[in-house]
Write a protein that binds this ligand. Structure first.
Ligand code: FES
Length: 379
């Protein structure tokens, strides 16, 4: 008799709240794309399973539930007839961008009695870091700054970024980002690894620092001798081996990054933001739930510099990093997120990163998004 097949007979979950969060977590601000990509023409996006129409009016961007209460046509198909409003493409019901109130029903004349009697839901919107942020939640709206790392608000920086919608659930994307083992193996074939070597295996502990969970590497091994099999190594011929128990140990560290005193290379926090701290720059990635099967993957590489070093970084980003790291490297992640099929699952020692993250979510007691009633008109 050998070990039992994985998943047979198990009908309980150690992470019930996590399991019910497939559409994401309410009461957070989420980045949904670069602000300069949104114009006065309404644009449809999906966030936590809710359909939104985003419309720019001057400097402001507004978000409305993307459904006309009349006959359910998407407002993202609408037209801009008057300032600060959007008109539904079907019969011209015209909604205030800020309040969502019905200001006019164009095909029922200026005295239409239905005006002022209903509205569509609107969402709080902010613009920070060049991104549009939308709050999905209930009750008092917290400042958007709560959901943005302090170092990005308090310091000057230059950055390069990408935002795209990928296949897979946001939880698989977050787990993949914080997953200890995948960085050592999956990304072995990434061109980015020519410049940034990784150990073969670590002994890792997860430490909570403020709102972050940090992967702290207590032991770093560049190779292992596997009984009966032989040696497997992540060493490279040029033997450039920074010791990643603290970002950039042994190298000159950017003062802002140094001041953060992050005890490990990779950190994660709710509602799904990963931070990878290198000596000279930090990579951030947000896993923004689109729906059960799609995640918006917003990645940003930040260097806390001004002047010439900032210009040099921008050139380096556009010339290489964008393609190597934000391209081929993270496409390997996207590939795995797409094909992961768990549970059932049988976890191993490095997965303490994943289980700690799940436990952290359970303990934090966030509010899972429930399936939106897409067919209900609002009154
Ligand atoms: Fe929108 Fe008729 S469906 S105005």
């Amino acid at each position: 008799e050998g070990p039992a097949p994985v998943g047979e007979g198990q009908d309980w979950s150690a992470w019930p709240l996590y399991d019910s969060s497939e559409l994401g977590l309410r009461n957070y601000w989420y980045p949904v794309g670069w602000a300069d990509r949104f114009g006065s023409k309404p644009q449809a996006i999906r966030l936590l399973g809710e359909d939104l129409a985003l419309v720019r009016e001057g400097e402001e961007i507004y978000a409305l539930h993307d459904r006309c209460p009349h006959r359910g046509v998407p407002l993202s198909l609408g037209r801009r007839e008057f300032p600060d409003t959007v008109s539904c493409a079907y019969h011209g019901w015209t909604f205030d961008l800020q309040s969502g109130e019905l200001r006019a029903a164009l095909t029922d004349g200026p005295e239409s009695p239905i005006c002022g009697k209903l509205k569509v839901r609107t969402y709080p919107v902010e613009q920070r870091l060049g991104l549009v942020w939308i709050y999905v939640g209930d009750g008092p709206v917290p400042p958007v700054e709560r959901d943005i790392p302090d170092e990005l608000l308090d310091n000057d920086f230059v950055m390069g970024g990408r935002s795209d919608v990928r296949e897979g659930n946001w939880r698989f994307a977050a787990e993949n980002g914080f997953d200890e083992g995948h960085a050592k193996y999956l990304h072995n074939t990434a061109l980015w690894r020519l410049f940034k070597v990784m150990p073969a295996w670590n002994k890792t502990r997860i430490q909570q620092v403020g709102t972050w969970l940090v992967r702290v590497q207590d032991e770093v091994h560049w190779e292992g001798n596997y009984p009966g099999l032989g040696v497997w190594t992540n060493k490279r011929w040029w033997k450039r081996m920074p010791l990643p128990d603290r970002p950039g140990r042994g190298k000159k560290i950017n003062p802002v990054i140094d001041s953060l005193e992050i005890p490990g290379f990779v950190s994660i926090r709710l509602p799904g933001l990963l931070r990878v701290a290198y000596p000279k720059f930090i990579h951030y990635e947000w896993y923004v739930p689109v729906d059960e099967d799609h995640v918006r993957y917003v990645q940003m590489m930040v260097r806390f510099e001004r002047g010439l070093p900032a210009t040099a970084f921008k050139a380096g980003y556009l010339g290489a990093i964008r393609w190597l790291f934000h391209g081929q490297f993270t496409k390997q992640d996207a590939w795995m997120v797409d094909v992961t099929d768990a549970p059932p699952e049988r976890l191993y020692r490095p997965d303490s990163s994943i289980t700690t993250w799940r436990r952290h979510l359970e303990k934090s007691k966030p509010t899972p998004q429930t399936r939106p009633l897409r067919k209900k008109a609002e009154r």
